[in-house]
Design a protein. Structure first.
Length: 143
């Protein structure tokens, strides 16, 4: 269920909201709702912030270039042990725990992002980066 909420915005805020809405391909009302939801999540979850990416708005871990879904993807390889994952990232345990708590609240979002990552391959990447080239590195002496 949703409700209509009335807000008073200054003229320059309305203009900025409309400009930003155009960049997202959304209406100003949809954009306002997205921004409010993101800000509420940032207030509720330590170390989480939203950033614009080629894939849209995504939850990232503050103080890093890592999206929350990647931290969870790696944490799963450590059986969701925040301490071990934190050692891997060289971050405090609380930093990883924040990602785990976010994933517990929004599991579908995180699973969808991880599934998209796992479904991608070089061909997918090349569509986004047409100049990308594949190469093979050989380690050690093969003689």
């Amino acid at each position: 269920m949703s409700s209509v909420v009335s807000m008073r915005l200054k003229e320059d805020q309305i203009a900025r909201l409309k400009r930003y809405a155009r960049t997202l391909g959304k209406t100003p009302g949809e954009t306002g709702a997205i921004l409010i939801e993101e800000k509420l999540r940032e207030a509720e979850f330590a170390f989480v912030e939203f950033r614009s990416t080629a894939a849209g708005r995504i939850a990232f871990m503050k103080g890093s270039r890592l999206p929350v879904w990647w931290v969870i993807h790696v944490a799963r390889s450590f059986d969701m042990d925040a301490g071990r994952a934190a050692e891997h990232f060289r971050k405090p345990s609380a930093w990883v725990q924040a990602a785990i708590l976010y994933e517990e609240a929004y599991p579908e979002e995180i699973d969808q992002d991880i599934d998209s990552y796992l479904a991608s391959d070089f061909r997918t990447l090349r569509r986004m980066l047409p100049h990308a080239q594949s190469f093979t590195v050989t380690l050690g002496d093969e003689s």
